[in-house]
Design a binder for this molecule. Structure first.
Ligand code: SF4
Ligand code: SF4
Length: 469
């Protein structure tokens, strides 16, 4: 029996006034009854565009949703994991409005089926119900990684050593598939905490730490050796890995370098790249001692930054400064709505011109109002300054969230583009160095978690073929 309700089943969430005082997850997730009710909104379309043209990795959406309607939650999980390595993560952080839900037929006359929320439900259900089985599994991540260098090799079904560089979504997905296929996998992470952007870039109120910890635990249980604090180009090179007997190498080192504003005063104390701000807040519990925080940018990183900023203990006001209008904002509309509900203020059609400071510290941000030109040939409207419209925004901390890029100067013997991205065969992820593969943001520039994960899985399959299993 199809649920014909045009509205979707609402997920319970923390009240905005309460949640800005904590970093607990905002949305509580569906109960079993809610999940079944929402799953019954799926029409099981013959063409299922959600799956064929919406989800980048073609999760079998109608099939897993049908299992939910039957109360077969573990079966739904098994269907999902045929194509995805991180359903609990993707269900939370995928931009579903642009992908699966953006193509859902129910969205034509109402709200699309809440595919992301259902994926999250299934993954969480599995995690809670499979907990007893995995508890006490050998090599739990909390046991630490020192002194276990040969463990992956002895646990693996074969002795072919593979290395994965970077423990973000591309690296995790690649390591998972390689381990499943029986390779000895060592995962190198330059930070002290594994998880890449999932650990330090996405705030805990969107992706709780326990979700990532479970993913890492299951990789370790599958025999993957994780070495944190090991940076390519500083602690080792590709040639070193080859000399150590690694026959297949995957590079998934992301695009973690924040772009800078390039305006006078950006060197002042109190100007923070978004990546550094989010790392401190997420991984170290360190907050800027600031009352009025300005966030520059209009993308999802700006939304994560402003929503983390309102939770900073000293923050009294948080303002997002974006040079185009709300209609051009690339951020997920749901994130924008959450930020507004949490009290973040927005200055649209406003561009930063200069950081104002005193005694080496930020005191304000000189801004200029902008207006949009008529659409050009590509349909894009360009922001241009409104003469005589400059003003100073009172702020003592400025977070730059205007984009990021890869730094592959650390990668030896692999061709890169003039933008510093690693050159690969799009079908396999193979780089110009034999046996070395790459995928995710380091190849494409900043994209989504799911795109990086898909690239990691694809490269693992190609590595398997290359290594001759
Ligand atoms: Fe949607 Fe992302 Fe899941 Fe694909 S992986 S079905 S895009 S939430
Ligand atoms: Fe179900 Fe929407 Fe996919 Fe149709 S497009 S199968 S309604 S989720």
């Amino acid at each position: 029996m199809i649920n014909l309700n045009k509205a979707r089943t609402k997920m319970p969430e923390q009240d905005p006034r309460a949640r800005i005082r904590n970093f607990d997850e905002v949305a509580a997730g569906y109960t079993e009854e809610m999940a079944v009710r929402e799953a019954l909104r799926c029409l099981k379309c013959r063409e299922h565009p959600c799956m064929t043209s919406g989800c980048p990795i073609h999760n079998n959406i109608p099939a897993f949703i049908e299992k939910i309607t039957e109360g077969e939650f573990e079966a739904a999980y098994q269907i999902l994991t045929e194509t995805t390595s991180l359903p609990a993560v993707c269900g939370r952080v995928c931009p579903q409005y642009l992908q699966c839900e953006g193509k859902c037929v129910r969205g034509e006359k109402g709200r699309p089926v809440a595919i992301g929320a259902l994926e999250r439900f299934v993954a969480d259900w599995h995690r809670h119900h499979a907990a007893e089985e995995t508890e006490g599994a050998p090599g739990a991540a909390s046991e630490g990684i020192e002194g276990t260098a040969d463990k992956a090799v002895t646990d693996a079904k074969n002795s072919i050593k593979t290395a994965v560089i970077g423990s973000g979504p591309a690296g995790l997905a690649c390591a998972g598939v390689l381990a499943e296929k029986g390779y000895a996998v060592t995962l190198f992470e330059k930070e002290e905490i594994a998880g890449g952007v999932l650990a330090y870039g996405i705030p805990k109120f969107r992706l709780p730490a326990e979700i990532l910890e479970k993913e890492l635990d299951s990789l370790v249980a599958a025999g993957v050796q994780i070495e944190t604090g090991k940076e390519l180009g500083k602690d080792f090179t590709l040639a070193d890995l080859e000399a150590r007997g690694f026959r297949g190498i995957f590079i998934g080192n992301g695009a973690g370098e924040s772009m800078r504003l390039g305006i006078p005063g950006q060197e002042l104390e109190g100007v923070l790249p978004a990546a550094a701000f989010l790392y401190d807040v997420n991984c170290r519990g360190i907050f800027p001692d600031a009352e009025h925080i300005a966030v520059i940018g209009g993308g999802n990183v700006a939304m994560d930054a402003c929503r983390a900023a309102v939770r900073c203990p000293s923050a009294k006001k948080v303002t997002v400064v974006y040079r185009r209008s709300v209609a051009e904002m690339p951020a997920d509309p749901a994130e924008l709505a959450e930020a507004k509900a949490e009290g973040v203020e927005f200055l649209f059609l406003t561009a930063p011109v200069k950081v104002v400071g005193e005694n080496g510290k930020v005191q304000g941000l000189q801004c200029q109002k902008m207006e949009l030109t008529e659409p050009d040939a590509s349909g894009r409207r360009k922001p241009v300054p409104v003469p005589g419209s400059e003003f100073v925004l009172d702020t003592d901390c400025i977070i730059e969230a205007i984009g990021s890029r890869s730094d592959n100067s650390c990668v030896d013997g692999v061709d890169t583009t003039d933008r510093g991205l690693i050159v690969t065969d799009p079908e396999t992820g193979a780089t110009t160095r034999p046996g070395v593969y790459a995928g995710g943001d380091t190849v494409t520039g900043p994209k989504t978690v799911i795109a990086a994960m898909g690239a990691g899985r694809k490269a693992a399959e190609a590595m398997d073929a290359y290594l001759g299993k």
